[in-house]
Design a protein around this ligand. Structure first.
Ligand code: NDP
Length: 449
């Protein structure tokens, strides 16, 4: 008896859930991809052969390690470090490191899994991985962060390499942390291996536009979505969650493209500035002082800070969740629809819950998943690797142009794939399927490994 695609996919999904018990974020990310795979397998049943799906959902390697470090008062702390090397069919593992108290294996696994498809979608030769630690850099001195990073890299360095695994930043890991990590890698290996980490400083192997890339990329993607329906971003009102790396540069590029961002947030609440967010002030507060977004309303008299509320209650045309996973739930989606939202594009990884996506779909809101919309960061990391390998250094303008071209390419592939599979306008299925097919073809070519 021939097993149909739906039964086959359901059976494998149940296996994945049972084998990865207690990892709800990973189950959520896997469920979304499984849904798209049903559509693919109905047409291309060969992708279910040779245990391809079973292999795809199982990471190639998962590393968990102890990270002991000493604080400024001489107290010893022990954190846990992770690196999930998920899939290297297309190139070396590539994906960020997250330092946040909520980090656990399930979170790292969901992020690594998403990264496989995102990286594939960029069209660049990079595999998928992710890592991090439950270390909280908030409130720690530079010296403490340095000692933590040195201890973290003391274990991790043996698993990395320009052609093996190339981490970057993510939540809690910015230029400062990448510097300490790279310094320790160099010290342990005695090799100036620029290509082993991305997000480096401009004077020691970094790329122009890497810092801006994820946020800029999201804005470019939204501009492509608007272009597809014959519009542009001039006069658009936008709301952005978070005020970290992705949020700041999404705000910057949306403004450059003619939009006005009227609200942004951090984990304590959100600010509203109807005249448009003063980004220089946000950068000063968040990038220079590592302060709280509430300080914005202390300086700008016409702005207001709402403690603990949902930023999605602020009416807008475009909503960009750029903080963290599952931050935009069903109620938030309803509030956005009520406020007239037309486009939601994910700057963060999986910030929108499945229930919220359903609400947006029903309201005919165009929805771009992070896999497609926030791929500009990793794409520019790959451009950084390319510059490191050729000992070259490109201008800001040229790199930015490459980024814009890559985002347009991702948009085109996503839309074309959705259409090919009879789902026009469905960015979720389009991104999942386009990302999957390329990885699956490579895995098939490389044999059962
Ligand atoms: P940052 O650490 O620079 O900023 C994170 C922002 O999100 C901060 O404003 C933070 O507020 C807020 N935040 C974090 N956790 C929560 C929470 N539980 N509730 C509300 N707000 C929260 O991280 P990035 O900007 O680098 O990353 C943001 C998202 O984008 C993540 O999902 C990341 O995986 C994704 N991403 C990042 C890329 C990059 O290149 N950096 C690439 C692709 C995706 P607070 O300071 O109060 O914690």
């Amino acid at each position: 008896m021939r097993v149909n695609a739906r039964d086959r996919v359901t059976a494998i999904y149940e296996q994945v859930r049972a084998r990865n018990a207690g990892e709800p974020e990973f189950h959520q990310a896997a469920a979304e991809v499984f849904e798209s795979l049903q559509v693919v397998l109905e047409r291309r049943p060969e992708y279910a052969e040779s245990g391809l799906l079973e292999r795809l959902f199982e990471p190639e390697r998962q590393i968990i390690f102890r990270v002991p470090w000493v604080d400024d008062d001489g107290h010893v702390h022990v954190n846990r470090g992770f690196r999930v090397q998920y899939n290297s069919a297309l190139g070396p593992y590539k994906g960020g490191l997250r330092f946040h108290p909520s980090v656990n294996l399930g979170i790292v696994k969901f992020l690594g899994f998403e990264q496989i498809f995102k990286n594939s979608l960029t069209g660049l030769p990079i595999g998928g991985g992710k890592g991090g630690s439950d270390f909280d850099p908030k409130g720690r001195t530079d010296a403490e962060v340095m000692r933590f990073c040195q201890s973290f890299m003391t274990e991790l360095h043996r698993h990395l390499g320009e052609y093996t695994d190339v981490p970057a930043g993510d939540i809690g890991v910015g230029g400062r942390e990448i510097g300490y990590l790279f310094g320790q890698y160099k010290r342990l290996t005695n090799v100036y291996e620029s290509g082993v980490l991305t997000g480096k400083g401009l004077t020691w192997g970094g790329s122009q536009v890497r810092r801006e890339a994820t946020g800029y990329g999201v804005a470019y993607f939204v501009a492509e979505m608007a272009k597809a329906v014959g519009r542009d971003l001039d006069g658009t009102t936008a709301v952005v969650s978070g005020s970290g790396n992705v949020a700041i540069y999404a705000i910057e590029k949306i403004a450059q493209l003619g939009g006005t961002v009227v609200a942004c947030s951090d984990s304590a609440g959100y600010i509203v500035d109807e005249k448009g967010i003063d980004l220089d002030l946000v950068k000063e507060i968040k990038e220079q002082r590592r302060g709280r977004i509430s300080e914005y309303a202390d300086v700008v008299s016409h702005a207001r800070f709402v403690s603990g509320g949902s930023v999605w209650e602020v009416p807008c045309d475009v909503a960009l969740p750029c903080a963290t996973q599952n931050e935009l739930d069903e109620d938030a989606a309803r509030a956005l629809v009520k406020g007239g939202v037309r486009v939601v594009a994910e700057g963060a990884n999986m910030p929108t819950t499945p229930e919220a996506i359903k609400v947006l779909r029903e309201a005919k809101v165009a929805f771009a998943p992070g896999k497609a919309a926030n791929a500009g960061g990793v794409a520019t990391s790959a451009l950084e690797m390319q510059q490191n390998a050729s000992r070259d250094s490109w201008s800001f303008e040229y790199t930015d142009e490459r980024l814009a071209g890559i985002m347009a390419g991702i948009h085109e592939r996503t839309v074309a794939t959705a259409e090919e599979y009879g789902l026009p306008g469905d960015y979720v299925h389009g991104a999942n399927i386009a990302g999957f097919v390329k990885v699956a073809d490579a895995m098939n070519a490389l044999g059962v490994i």
